[in-house]
Every structure is written in C-alpha cells, then in structure tokens.
Design a protein around this ligand. Structure first.
Ligand code: C2O
Ligand code: CU
Length: 462
C-alpha cells in the first residue's frame, strides 16, 4: 500500500526511508488541500412526525475548485462500506478517475485516498461514488462540484439546483429492499417517489427581483430523466456538461436532463416578481413545484441584452482531423428488447442465465465489462462511435475523461457532452479526441442499466 504523506514524513524523519531524492520531491505538493469526509447523514423531508431519514453524504455540500489550480482532495471513508469517488466530467489523469476495480482499489471503511488533479475546464460538475454505484448513489453519496473560471464571470448571483428522486418506503425511510430489483433494472431503472432539490424538500431559493442569476442544474437521480420548467422568466443556456456554448441560446420549453447531465443557465428574475414563484419538475404527468424562487424586492434593473458567452475551455478542434477509428456500438437488451444471448465474463449465455447474474443489457453483444477494450487509441486520435439504441428504453450514455460532440437532433448543434440522452431506436455518432492514457469507461448513467450490463471500456495509450 502506498504511504500517505504523514507516514512518509515520519519515516523520512527517523531515517527509515531511503528513497532517492527525486522520488521524495514528487511527494511535495503545492496545490490546495481539501478534506472530504464520506459519512452518514439524516434528513427529514416528510416532516417532524416521521423519523429522520438515514442517508449517505459528505461533510461539505458543494465542492468549489479553481480552473487550472492543482488540488489535493483527501477523501476519508467513514461509511460502513468500501467506496471510491469519480469526478464526473473532469478531464483528468486516469489514475484519479475513481473507478473502483479499474483505476483504483476501493477505499475501505476507515481508510482515506488522496485524489490529486488540476481541473482544466471551468464549469459545473459533480463527484459521486463509483463503487456499488446503484446502491451508494441511491443513498445519496455524491456532491455537486463547481470549477470556477480563472477570471470571474459577471452575474448578480450564482445558484445551484441539484435534482434527485429518492425511494422511500411506508415507514418513511430509504427503501433499500428495492435495490437490485431486476424488474426495474430491465425497464427504466429505479425511480424514486420523493423529489428533492439540493437535498431539501421544496427549498426556497433567495433572489432579488430584477437581477440576473447564473443557475447551475444537475440531475443526480439514479435513473429518472428530469424536466425542469422555469415559468415566465427569460433564460438562456450558457453551458452543458461544464462546456460553454459559443453563443448562449434562449431556453424554450422545459429543460430535459438525463441522469448526470448538467446545464448552466442565465435566468433574468423579472423586476415585478415578489414572494414565492415555483420552479417545476414536469417529467411526470403532474407539474411539481420542486423548489421556489423566494423573491425580495430590489431596485435592480437588468439589462435586457442577451448574456455574453462564458470563456471557453481548452477543447480540441475535432473538425481539423480525420477519424483514426470509426466503430459501431449497439445497445441491446432490457424488457421487450428481444435479447437472446450475450457474453458475460467471457462466456456466452442465454438470457435466463444472464438474469441469474443480474445482467440484462449488452453493448456489442457483451454484458458488463469485456476483457478486451472496445477500442484502443493513441492520445490525439480522433474517434467516432456510432451508437445505436436497439432497445425500447432511453439511455444516458456517459464517457469518462473526455467530452464529445454528437450529431444528435435532440440537442442544440455544437454542444460538448460527457453524457448524452438517447431515445429508443435512436442512432447518434459521437466524436472525441482521445486524451489521457489509461482505461476509460463508457456506460449508461441510468445506473441500474450500468449494473445490469450496459457498460464497456476503451483504452488510450501514448
Ligand atoms: Cu458519473 Cu461512470 O459515472
Ligand atoms: Cu440505460
């Protein structure tokens, strides 16, 4: 096991450590140091007549990092289970990607793991468990993460809406018995019955009338595609999945977010508003007030001019290159999908046998991680993957460590994504430039689908 810095310094001081100086120098670290404790927490969304609900979370509520500034995040696991943390959407070194069993060993209870990286992109991201993810995410083990632009962006206020749906049982506690329900895994995944925003039930978000708000929205649900409606405001889309648009686009209708997708908006709070104004979630038949703007009067007057774009992140120029690989990725399986067989852990299995292993989805005929990578690329290569959703269900496909562009008609042109919603029957070509060397996942972020087989990996070498 690698030594942590304190142990190393102690050993070095007693002269027990005979490492050459060059190696010692690498341990000295100049960035910010943040401690993040993974721990149990409680919430009482249902009111005081119920017992508080037992959840998992962290000792901080939002992680704020700075673009191009190295950071050292000491993650302490005070939970009863092993875990790991994935920095969703950050383009960082593979060894820091936080995928237990692929890029690191899980962090055992009582242990800590130090993540070190330098975020190159400013924007809205999140960190979440990547170990027994369908269980740990359902318990709430995630944190929104804001990487601040190196020079501040001018808005009056900066707010965050983190949407999640939780499954509570009749006793008003998290329904842990339903975790692993194969019926749900083969359908749309595990849906909750209580919607929270920022881990609160119908929170009030304080704003002043007539001001301009940067609103960052994240869908942290296991499987529910969320739809957010902001009635009677002028809103523009500034960024998706952390990556700024070249020109902000007016938001029309409701904003659809697959699990793990993020949007940054500019919202102008009308000058005549006061009191409570609902923000709706409309993915179900009913319009539900997930949160309220709590508007105080002010003399502020917003300029009605459209917002300016965010400074761009250092993205590759895809159009200047020829793809060095173009492959297909066929999504198969699930309820009514007609899957007959698939390979699971190098063995070909009939569906009945797959289900015994809790597998029901496949990518290119393989359920869960194949022993060989989907593709192997060199840093700098342009990759094209045609993804074909041959299932009866929507999926939110997430690529680790890279952002991609897609020719999907569902989205505004030219967006960068790290997660992409695909409806049943849809085909999309995604393109990206292979970056950091290592093993990277590509999976459905309806996280029960990932657990039930919809996950693969690819390799980047130098
Ligand atoms: Cu946000 Cu592999 O996940
Ligand atoms: Cu899926």
């Amino acid at each position: 096991m690698p030594l942590n810095r304190r142990e190393f310094l102690r050993l070095a001081a007693t002269g027990l450590c005979a490492l050459p100086l060059g190696i010692q120098a690498r341990i000295v670290y100049a960035g910010d140091r943040i401690e993040l404790v993974l721990q149990a927490e409680q919430s009482n969304w249902l009111g005081d007549q119920y017992h508080p609900i037992d959840l998992w979370g962290m000792d901080q509520k939002v992680l704020r990092l700075k673009q191009n500034q190295a950071v050292e995040i000491v993650v302490k696991n005070e939970l009863p289970e092993a875990t790991s943390l994935h920095w969703h959407g950050l383009r960082i070194e593979n060894a820091m990607d936080g995928v237990s069993g692929l890029t690191q060993r899980a962090i055992n209870p009582g242990e800590e793991f130090v993540y070190r990286f330098t975020p190159q992109d400013a924007g809205t991201f999140w960190a979440h468990t990547h170990h027994n993810t369908y269980q740990q995410l359902a318990r709430g083990l995630y944190i929104p993460m804001i990487v601040e632009e190196s020079s501040p962006v001018s808005v009056d206020q900066d707010h965050l809406l983190v949407l999640d749906d939780w499954r509570l049982n009749k006793g008003g506690q998290l329904d842990l018995e339903s975790l692993g329900n194969m019926h749900e895994w083969s359908h749309g995944g595990r849906m909750g019955n209580v919607l929270t925003i920022n881990r609160q039930f119908q929170p009030r978000i304080q704003v002043s009338a007539g001001t301009r708000v940067r609103l960052r929205i994240l869908n942290a649900a296991n499987s529910r595609v969320m739809a957010v409606e902001l009635p009677e405001t002028s809103a523009w889309i500034l960024a998706k999945d952390g990556q700024p648009l070249k020109v902000p686009v007016v938001l029309q209708g409701s904003l659809i977010l697959a699990p793990a997708e993020r949007y940054d908006l500019i919202v102008d709070i009308p000058a005549e508003w006061k009191g409570e104004v609902p923000i709706y979630e409309v993915s179900t038949e009913q319009r539900f007030a997930g949160a309220y703007w709590y508007v105080s009067a002010s003399n502020a007057l917003i300029g009605r001019s459209p917002p300016t774009r965010l400074p761009s992140n250092p993205m590759p120029q895809l159009s200047k290159k020829k793809p060095s690989q173009s492959i297909q990725l066929k999504m198969e399986g699930g309820a009514m999908g007609g899957l007959r067989k698939a390979v699971y852990q190098t063995q070909s299995m009939e569906v009945r046998e797959l289900i015994q292993h809790k597998q029901i989805w496949a990518l290119n005929g393989v359920a869960n991680l194949p022993d060989k990578p989907l593709l192997s690329a060199k840093t700098g290569d342009l990759i094209e993957i045609e993804i074909i959703n041959n299932t009866r269900w929507p999926h939110g496909m997430h690529l680790h460590g890279h952002h991609f562009q897609a020719d999907s008609a569902r989205y505004i042109e030219g967006l960068w994504h790290d997660t992409l919603l695909m409806e049943q029957g849809e085909k999309t070509v995604i393109s990206f430039q292979a970056e950091e060397p290592g093993k990277w996942l590509l999976h459905c972020h309806m996280i029960e689908h990932q657990a039930a087989g919809m996950v693969t990996w690819f390799e980047v070498t130098t």
